[in-house]
Unconditional design. Sequence first.
Lengths: 453, 312
Amino acid sequence: MSEEKRLNRRELLKKAGAGAAAVGAAGAGAPFAFAGPHKYKGRWLSGNLSLITWVHFVPSYDAWFDPWAKAWGEANDVQVTVDHINNTLLDTRAAAEVAAQSGHDLFFNLHPMALYYDQVIDHKDIVTEVARTQGAYMPIAQASTYSAKLKKYFAVSDSYVPDPVVWRYDLWTGVGAEPNTWENVLKAAPKLKKIGHPIGIGQSQELDSNMALFAFLMCFGSFLQDANNHPSLDTKKTVQAVNFMAQIYRVGETPDIFSWNPASNNNYLYAGTASLILNAISATRTPEALHLPFSDSLWIWPIPAGPYGRLGLEHLMGCWNIWKFAQNKANAEQFLIDLLKAGKQATLQSQLYNFPTFAKTFPFPEIRKVAAADPHKPNGKYTILTTIAEKYTHNIGYPGTMNPAMDEVFSTFLIPQMFAQVSQGKLTAAQSVAQTKAQVSQIYAKWRARGAV
Amino acid sequence: MVTMAARGSRLKGLRYAAEGRGFLATLLISPAVLFIAALVGAPLALAVYLSFTDATAGSLTGKWIGLGNFRTELHDPVFRGALWHTFLLTAISQAIVVVCAGLLAHGLMRSFRGRWILRFLILLPWAAPIALTVTGWYWIYGAGIPEASVLNWFLIHLHLESATNVTNWLGTPRAAMGSIIAVQAWRTIPFATVIFLAGISSIPQEVDDAAAIDGATGLKKFWYVSLPLQLPIALVAVLFGVIFTATDMIVPYVLTNGGPFNSTQVLTTWAFQIGIVSGNVGQGAAIALFMLPLLALVTIGMLVFARKAEVT
């Protein structure tokens, strides 16, 4: 054995160290060497994700959402299945999934489903994570999806929809009026009806009637619950509001309004009949898309002011829910986080129908710029939307928060019934309000006994 | 030899026992009994249990509250209204069914050209999926816009209605209830007609001949001869009609969803509203169970009456 080939201790350690470092580096790089960079964004995700949502009133939103969900699945190694159903079927579908304790991982509805507070996970982690980059969760969303009593986010809202009054400028100026107050609506109603263009505010057992009449009550200072979620229907103010709406019906509406479904007031407007409805901007977008002759005459304004002021409601509150029995909760949570972060795209693709629920996702000044650039006539008609969204849009249950009792009052259509039975002369306003007040109190007592309110 | 003879005798005994009426009947009926027990008995027992609890959505258990749900409902004007509407809807629609099915059955017994086509057309409403046909009726009534109603269009062109004051079929209490009754009668008439046809066909020709010899014709023959002979089978048709109508939810749900202001709410829609939509499963079960003793009484009463009326 020659002298040169022999290694001393120092050389051996050096070479061994270099060799170990080389093997370590090669080992760490092996996955990239053989498989390239990591293919999937959410490496911890896999398997499936099923979700159910509505058929959006603005078709371009679904045209964006479905490919987005598919691309999200591909990026995260998750097989995503998206089901769309008609909005009127969402409540019964949710009930069926809860009863069966089986169904979609993610369930979307157009109002907060506080009734199922015990059937869903706490969505707090999602809200916290999104708020980290997108700014604060807006008060309307917080009040709609968080229960202080239960200390739980029973849903997470991705969007809310302002509810302006949509009116025919040509017809209203024809009778020399503007719908800036409810008093003016009442004065103009008989003239508009006489020329064949009645008012179109529903009093039926459906969503749009519910929203319009809840808001109408608030304009008269009548609130179903107070800030502490105690039932607080003021008899005198409510009777005044119910009588006022019955008057509007008698002089300026037709009996159609008692058998409407959520699409009926839109159709009433598209047919060229209605002179005013309370609805989201899908009511103006469709006539624009169809090039209806009066589409340029459709104006949007905040809800008319009543004796108590101008207090509107969101038209829809987009709420996502992850069931406790969902099979793929981790996938669902990450999907929602990413969807909420894409809120700006969602707002744009919905043509300003959806408003994001996190403050920095698409700040109001930016939305205003986009609205101002909308090419439809009259120029700038959509800029008022941000004012409506910021100043005049409240949650269901305002000044309190959404809770199971309020959800039941909402879903059993007690308020449209209260108005309709007076408008049709079945009961006096005092009788109808007393009856409704008793029903509301009973519902609250029941949920309070269950510790949910 | 003795052993073989004994075995043969045992086998013969077993075969005799297996072929015995008691054993064989029990064996053959048991799958059906098990099937009914599992698919009808168990859910019924669960519904009875839930009606005594405060169970909410997603839970099949709850705190025992005795008759609390039943007391609450009996004090609820909407429930009392639903009970009355269920009775009204069932009684009027079935009265219409009996008269129309009786007339149709007698008409269809006669021989004329196109009788089979007519029979087929009359049966169609029964054969078509109910959800689809009721949606068709929803459109006929105008789908919430009376001016768009095909029915109103016809009435206006027949000068039975003014174009400026059309009927809101689904938006006013009486018209809405009338609309639901009409659809319920329309969908039950074919079934009753078929049963009535079977009843008329089963009357022996000799009876008719004897009645003719005795001078019984027209209404007299119908009242004293045909009707008593048809009554037991007609009662079966009425019994089914009552049960189908009283337990049906699709027609009122699709047409009015209980509106306007609960004026067409029936027990089934109210049970669904409270138990499923509002998530009060216990209360919903109590509402649904109100129908059980009522329908059981109707059934027993009709069967007893049919037995008495049976002509042998």
